[in-house]
Design a protein around this ligand. Structure first.
Ligand SMILES: [Zn+2]
Length: 273
């Protein structure tokens, strides 16, 4: 939930650009991989940046989100290039009354035909989260950081408890920032209805989920930067884990007792360790 004064369109586009650049910098968005969306429910005038208007059908009906505004990265666009020319890479969708269709606002210089093909998963997560919490803001990121994605190919790490007890042991900050741990979604075809439906429930419990053999999805109702932080914490944990595997598992990591002590000191509720 965001309190007024609300960020304006320029602020939001700038942060989407910085997010795209950061995801590329950490190796989580090669080529045109990865996508970003934010949903906001305060009044915003899209025509200043996006004067072209089209009617679109939404991937699923979202009647409770009538009037909500989405900013979404365009299909096939490189996240690292948003920052130089946001309006060419991002579309603005305002949900029509009834929630089945929307107005897609874009710029004359737009370089995509459609919004990201993963918008169905993004919209499903926005819809579920917003209906549940009534938040006026939600950010959702899909990215493909190398170490996390690599570990998602290793059968042992496809077990959620194994994944979390091994990844959350490398730095004291990790359990503090990911107290619910990282969720796990078995492999589903990219952009599919199965990936969409199977992401919603895990993202209720977890703020970040690993999509097996593909990447991750992270959400925040505070800011887009907060969602990026989750990606950073999870990917750093995976880097330590891969480093440990490469060096013959010489390190112990924080013990379960040490992690429980950290949680006690910082009042963190968790049930992983
Ligand atoms: Zn992807």
């Amino acid at each position: 939930m965001i309190e007024p004064p609300y960020p304006n369109l320029d602020d939001l586009l700038r942060v989407m650009g910085e997010t795209g650049r950061h995801l590329a910098d950490i190796g989580a968005s090669e080529g045109a991989a990865g996508n970003i969306s934010i949903c906001l429910r305060w009044p915003l005038e899209p025509r200043t940046h996006f004067p072209v208007v089209d009617e679109i059908e939404l991937p699923q009906p979202v009647p409770e989100l009538a009037g909500a505004t989405f900013l979404v990265s365009g299909s096939g666009r490189r996240l690292r290039e948003i920052i130089a020319e946001p309006a060419a890479h991002i579309a603005c969708i305002v949900v029509n009354e009834g929630g089945k269709t929307g107005k897609l606002f874009s710029a004359p210089e737009r370089r995509f035909a459609h919004v990201t093909s993963e918008f169905n998963s993004h919209l499903a997560v926005h819809y579920d989260q917003i209906c549940k919490s009534d938040t006026n803001f939600l950010a959702v990121i899909h990215a493909q950081p190398i170490h996390l994605t690599y570990l998602s190919h290793v059968p042992a790490y496809q077990d959620e408890l194994y994944l979390n007890t091994h990844l959350l042991r490398w730095q004291p900050e990790t359990i503090i920032n990911l107290p619910e741990g990282i969720g796990f979604v078995p492999f589903r075809i990219p952009s599919s209805a199965e990936l969409m439906s199977d992401s919603v429930l895990p993202l209720r419990k977890h703020r970040i989920v690993l999509w097996a053999k593909h990447g991750l999805m992270a959400r925040s109702d505070i800011s887009l930067k907060r969602a990026v932080d989750l990606v950073d914490y999870a990917e750093t944990a995976a880097k330590y884990e891969v480093l440990n595997l490469l060096l013959g598992e010489r390190a112990e990591g924080l013990s379960a007792q040490e992690i429980r002590s950290i949680c006690k000191t910082f009042n963190v509720e968790q049930n992983i360790f």
